[in-house]
Ligand binder design. Structure first.
Ligand SMILES: C[S@@+](CC[C@H](N)C(=O)[O-])C[C@H]1O[C@@H](n2cnc3c(N)ncnc32)[C@H](O)[C@@H]1O
Length: 225
């Protein structure tokens, strides 16, 4: 299968920094803080993997999956000279061919779901959810759904459409509006228990959220999100 990230892949981390300074990394690692040593964590569509490296540095057992050989080469580059309690496991695969059901304390989709058209994105989300342990967490980091006053919404939309425009041209990603991830997470039977906004130029342009299956959430947690 053609590697859609062959052209833009090598520039991916650089573009993140140019476009958002340290804020993309902040968003991608926001939910790593609660990880415990030996937790199992999956990064789907990992890209260059700095978020996965952060998790491995915390002692987690990390698996990363990506369809792009270019992206995985960059993970290997970023891994050079690093040693962890548990070495990171790299898997070159379409996420739909990766089926480790109920294996992970945390399944992470950072800037991954936005690659797909909406109906397909929901299927990807459901597939990822199957790999979360019964009491585990599903994490999504991505562009913030438009919120706040008119200026804030305008900024969030422009910020997204510039990014998606570039990735539609260079990586053939789907061109679509910003997804309302909490709504989709709820529809899947999960509840967002923690959410963090990440500002770009004082506007919440990115966000990260963590969700759990509704039936395992303790009553006092149900009011958090
Ligand atoms: C926009 S990048 C996000 C990379 C990274 N997670 C981040 O936060 O920067 C999307 C990634 O998903 C990968 N990808 C796209 N479709 C995939 C699929 N069906 N299975 C696995 N990985 C896929 C791409 O190769 C790319 O690395």
């Amino acid at each position: 299968m053609a590697d859609k990230y062959k052209i833009i892949g090598p520039l991916y981390d650089f573009l993140n920094v140019v476009y958002g300074g340290k804020q993309f990394h902040k968003c991608k690692t926001a939910m790593n803080n609660d990880l415990k040593a030996d937790d199992t964590i999956l990064f789907a569509g990992v890209g260059h993997g700095r978020d996965a490296i952060d998790a491995a540095e915390r002692g987690a057992k990390v698996t990363v999956v990506d369809l792009s050989a270019t992206m995985l080469k960059n993970v290997e580059k970023n891994l050079k000279g690093k040693n962890f309690k548990h070495p990171i496991r790299l898997v070159h695969s379409d996420i739909f061919e990766f089926n480790e059901v109920g294996e992970y304390d945390q399944v992470v989709a950072n800037f991954f779901l936005n690659v797909f058209p909406e109906d397909f994105m929901f299927k990807v989300m459901q597939h990822l959810a199957t790999m979360v342990k019964p009491d585990g967490h599903f994490v999504v980091g991505d562009f913030h759904y438009p919120s706040g006053n008119i200026l804030s919404k305008a900024f969030q939309n422009v910020y997204w459409y510039i990014a998606v425009g570039i990735f539609t041209v260079f990586a053939k990603n789907a061109f679509h509006k910003i997804y309302d991830y909490p709504k989709h997470i709820e529809a899947m039977g999960f509840k967002v228990t923690k959410s963090e906004d990440v500002n770009v130029l004082f506007v919440p342009a990115l966000w990260s959220m963590k969700a759990q299956r509704k039936e395992v959430i303790k009553p006092q947690q149900k009011d958090v999100a």
